[in-house]
Design a binder for this molecule. Structure first.
Ligand SMILES: *[C@@H]1O[C@H](CO)[C@@H](O)[C@H](O)[C@H]1NC(C)=O
Ligand SMILES: *[C@@H]1O[C@H](CO)[C@@H](O)[C@H](O)[C@H]1NC(C)=O
Ligand SMILES: *[C@@H]1O[C@H](CO)[C@@H](O)[C@H](O)[C@H]1NC(C)=O
Ligand SMILES: *[C@@H]1O[C@H](CO)[C@@H](O)[C@H](O)[C@H]1NC(C)=O
Ligand SMILES: *[C@@H]1O[C@H](CO)[C@@H](O)[C@H](O)[C@H]1NC(C)=O
Ligand SMILES: *[C@@H]1O[C@H](CO)[C@@H](O)[C@H](O)[C@H]1NC(C)=O
Ligand SMILES: *[C@@H]1O[C@H](CO)[C@@H](O)[C@H](O)[C@H]1NC(C)=O
Length: 601
C-alpha cells in the first residue's frame, strides 16, 4: 500500500529554490550584523524549546550573544545577511526542532529586511499565522510548510506582494476568507505556490490563470470543487501542476501545445473526465503523469509512447476503452507503472522487458493473458508487483524468487499452474503482502523451517491445495489479514492459531476447509482488533465460539456445531453481520430475537 500513496513529486521544486537564491551579488566590504537584529534573533531563540524529531538539524548551536558586540550573527547557522548593509535578509530555520507557539510579539517580526523566511518542518503547536507577518513586506520567499500552523490564513499574508515562493502545505490551515481568489489576485508575482492540505473549499478562480510567472502549482487536498479553469494548464512557464485529491473537482485535459515545459501533471482522485487528448504526446518534458482514480474514458492514446522522459505513469482506475499497450516498452525510464483496472488486455508483460528501472508494477484487474516471462526476474529493482485479477496462465518462473527487494507480491485470481514450495516465497525476506489466492497451483508446506521468515501483514493462500496450517504462521505477530479459505486442511485448529497476531489481526478467513474443532476449548479468543471471522463450511463440532468484542462480521454457517449458543453472542457491541445458518440443531439464545434482521440463523 505504501507505494500506492507515494507523493507525486518530480524533484523540480528544490531546483527552483536554489536557482532563485544563488544570484545575489557580493560587494567588496562585508558589514557585520546589526546589534538590534542580533538581539531579535537571540530573543527568537529563547521563545522556543527544542523538540528532537527523527530528522533535522538544530541551528541554534552557533547562535550565541558572547562578548561586548557578540558574534557576528551573519555567520550563524541559517542566517543570511546583506553584505553591504549587514541587515538579516534570510532566515532558514527549516527542520530545526522548534516547538512552541508563535505570536505577533515574537522578535522575528522585527527583522524587517527579511526576504527569505523558512520555518518549515517545525512544531508551532497549532499557532495561527501571526498577523505581524505583514510587517515583513520585503519577503519574496515564505515557507511555513509542515509546521503545525492552524486556522484561517490572514489577509496579512496576501499583503506580501513581493512573494515569489509561497509554501503553506501540510498544515491545518484554511483559505476561505480571504479566499484563494483573493490570493491569486494579490500575489501576482508568484512562481511557486504550494497549498497542499489548505482548505480552500471553493472553486478554482479564473484569476489563477493570470499568474503568468507560475512554474509550480500544487493544490492537493484543498477541498476544491467546480470546473478546473482550462487556462491554468496553458500558463506559459508551468513545470508542475497538481490538483490531486479534490474529489469534487471536475475538468478535462485540454489540447497541449508543442514545446510546453510541463514536467509533472497530476489530477488523481478528482472527478476529471473525458478523453485523454492525443496531444498529451506533446508534453515531451513530462516526467510524472498521475491520472489515477478519475472518470477518464476513451482510448489510452498511443502518443504517450513519445513521453520518453516519464518515470512515473499512473492511469489506474479509469474507464478507458479496451486496449493493448504494446508501446509501453518505449518508456524505458519508468520507475512506477500503475495500470490497474484500465480495461487493458493482451500480453502487456512482454512489452515491459526494457523497463529495467521499474520498482512498482501495478497492473491488476485487467484482462492481461499471457505467461509470466522469466526475465521478470531481471527487473531487480522491483519492490511492488501486483498482477492480481487477470488471466495470466502457465507456470510461475522461478526467477521471481530472486527478486529479493520485493515487499508486495500479488498474483491473486489468475490461472497460474504448477507446484511450489511455500518456502520459496518466504525466502523473499522483505515481503509484507503476499497474495497467492485462487490460482491453479499447489503450495507445499512440508519444507518450511521457522528460521528467518519475513514479517507478513497480508497473506492470502486461498485454494492453494494446502493440507495443513503452514507452521511458520505461528511466529507471525504482525498479520492484519489472513485467508486460508478453500483449502484441504483437516482436523483441529491448533492452539497457536487461535490468537495469532493477537493485536493486529483484523480478518481471518478459514472457510471451506475440513476443520473439526479446536485443540483447546475456547471462551473468547484474544484478538483485540478482529473485524471479520469466517469459520463457515467446515466440519466444526461442539459449541459455537464467541468472537471478541471488536467483531463486525461473523460467519459460522454450514458446520456441525451443537449445543447451546452462549448468550454472550448477543452482547457483541460492533457486530453488524452474524451468519449462523445451517448449523445442526443448535439452541439459539432467546436474546438473539432482539437483534436486527442483519442476522441469519
Ligand atoms: C501547546 O498547546 C497546548 C494546548 O493547545 C498547550 O497545553 C501546551 O502548553 C502548548 N505547548 C507549548 C510548548 O506551547
Ligand atoms: C506574546 O503574546 C502572547 C499572546 O498574546 C502572550 O501570551 C505572551 O506572553 C507574549 N509574550 C511576550 C514575551 O510578551
Ligand atoms: C487578469 O489580468 C488582467 C490584466 O491585468 C485583468 O484585466 C483581468 O481582470 C484579470 N483576470 C482575472 C480573472 O482576474
Ligand atoms: C511521436 O512523435 C513523433 C515526432 O514528434 C511523431 O511523428 C509521432 O507521430 C508521435 N507518435 C505518436 C504515437 O503520437
Ligand atoms: C527496447 O529498447 C531498445 C533500445 O532502446 C529498442 O530498440 C526496443 O524497441 C525496445 N523494445 C521495446 C519492446 O520497446
Ligand atoms: C536476464 O538475466 C540473465 C542472467 O543475467 C541473462 O542471461 C538474460 O539474458 C537476461 N534476460 C533478458 C531478457 O535480459
Ligand atoms: C490447471 O493446471 C493444470 C496443470 O497443472 C492444467 O492441466 C489445467 O488445464 C489448468 N487449469 C486451468 C483452469 O487453467
Amino acid at each position: 500500500m505504501g507505494l500506492l500513496s507515494q507523493p507525486f513529486v518530480p524533484k523540480c521544486s528544490l531546483f527552483l529554490i536554489l536557482s532563485l537564491f544563488l544570484t545575489r551579488c557580493v560587494s567588496s566590504v562585508k558589514q557585520p550584523c546589526l546589534y538590534s537584529e542580533r538581539s531579535a534573533l537571540l530573543q527568537l531563540k529563547e521563545s522556543f524549546i527544542l523538540k528532537k524529531s527523527a530528522s533535522g538539524h538544530p541551528k541554534f548551536g552557533s547562535w550565541k550573544g558572547e562578548g561586548e558586540d557578540g558574534g557576528d550573527c551573519c555567520s550563524w547557522d541559517g542566517v543570511e545577511c546583506d553584505d553591504s548593509t549587514g541587515h538579516v535578509t534570510g532566515l532558514d530555520l527549516g527542520s530545526s526542532f522548534l516547538h512552541g507557539s508563535i505570536h505577533s510579539n515574537n522578535s522575528l517580526f522585527q527583522l524587517h529586511h527579511l526576504r527569505k523566511l523558512d520555518l518549515s518542518d517545525n512544531d508551532f503547536n497549532g499557532s495561527k499565522i501571526p498577523l505581524a507577518i505583514g510587517r515583513l513586506s520585503r519577503l519574496s520567499h515564505l515557507d511555513l510548510s509542515f509546521s503545525e500552523f492552524s486556522g484561517q490564513i490572514p489577509y496579512e499574508v496576501l499583503e506580501l506582494s513581493k512573494l515569489v515562493i509561497l509554501d503553506l502545505s501540510g498544515n491545518d490551515l484554511e483559505l476561505r476568507k480571504p479566499s484563494l481568489k483573493s490570493l491569486a489576485e494579490r500575489l501576482i508575482n508568484l512562481k511557486h505556490l504550494n497549498l497542499d492540505g489548505v482548505k480552500a473549499s471553493s472553486t478554482i478562480p479564473q484569476s489563477l490563470a493570470n499568474l503568468s510567472s507560475l512554474t509550480y502549482l500544487s493544490l492537493e487536498y484543498c477541498e476544491l470543487h467546480g470546473e478546473f479553469p482550462v487556462d491554468v494548464f496553458q500558463l506559459p512557464n508551468l513545470q508542475y501542476l497538481s490538483a490531486c485529491d479534490n474529489t469534487f473537482l471536475t475538468g478535462r485535459l485540454p489540447e497541449f501545445a508543442k514545446n510546453t515545459s510541463l514536467e509533472g501533471l497530476g489530477v488523481a482522485r478528482t472527478s476529471f473526465s473525458g478523453e485523454l487528448p492525443k496531444s498529451i504526446g506533446n508534453l515531451k518534458s513530462l516526467r510524472g503523469l498521475q491520472l489515477r482514480d478519475c472518470n477518464f474514458s476513451g482510448p489510452i492514446p498511443t502518443s504517450i509512447a513519445n513521453l520518453t522522459q516519464l518515470t512515473f505513469l499512473a492511469l489506474g482506475q479509469n474507464e478507458f476503452s479496451p486496449t493493448t499497450l504494446s508501446w509501453l516498452g518505449k518508456l524505458s525510464k519508468l520507475t512506477a507503472l500503475e495500470l490497474d483496472s484500465t480495461n487493458s488486455k493482451g500480453d502487456v508483460l512482454s512489452s515491459l522487458k526494457n523497463l529495467t528501472m521499474l520498482n512498482e508494477l501495478l497492473v491488476s484487474q485487467n484482462q492481461f493473458s499471457s505467461r509470466i516471462p522469466s526475465w521478470l526476474g531481471n527487473l531487480t529493482r522491483l519492490v511492488y508487483i501486483d498482477l492480481g485479477v487477470n488471466e495470466l496462465w502457465g507456470p510461475l518462473p522461478t526467477s521471481i524468487f530472486t527478486l529479493v527487494n520485493l515487499e508486495v507480491l500479488d498474483l491473486e485470481i489468475n490461472h497460474i499452474s504448477g507446484s511450489y514450495n511455500l518456502e520459496s516465497f518466504l525466502n523473499l525476506k522483505n515481503v509484507r503482502h503476499l497474495q497467492l489466492a485462487s490460482n491453479n497451483f499447489s503450495l507445499l508446506t512440508s519444507t518450511v523451517t521457522n528460521v528467518s521468515v519475513p514479517k507478513l501483514t497480508y497473506l492470502t493462500l486461498d485454494s492453494c491445495n494446502l493440507l495443513e496450517f503452514p507452521n511458520f504462521l505461528s511466529s507471525q505477530h504482525e498479520l492484519q489479514f489472513l485467508s486460508l479459505a478453500d483449502n484441504k486442511i483437516h482436523g483441529l485448529i491448533p492452539k497457536w492459531l487461535w490468537g495469532l497476531s493477537a493485536e493486529t489481526l483484523e480478518v481471518l478467513d478459514l472457510r471451506g476447509n475440513f476443520l473439526t474443532g479446536f485443540h483447546q476449548p475456547i471462551v473468547v479468543p484474544p484478538w483485540t482488533n478482529i473485524r471479520e471471522l469466517d469459520l463457515s463450511s467446515n466440519k466444526l463440532q461442539g459449541s459455537l465460539p464467541v468472537p471478541p468484542a471488536s467483531i463486525a462480521h461473523y460467519y459460522a454457517s454450514n458446520n456441525l456445531l451443537k449445543g447451546e449458543i452462549s448468550s454472550m453472542i448477543c452482547n457483541l457491541p460492533s457486530i453488524t453481520l452474524l451468519d449462523i445458518s445451517n448449523i445442526a440443531c443448535g439452541m439459539l439464545p432467546p436474546c438473539l430475537g432482539n437483534l436486527s434482521n442483519h442476522f441469519q440463523y
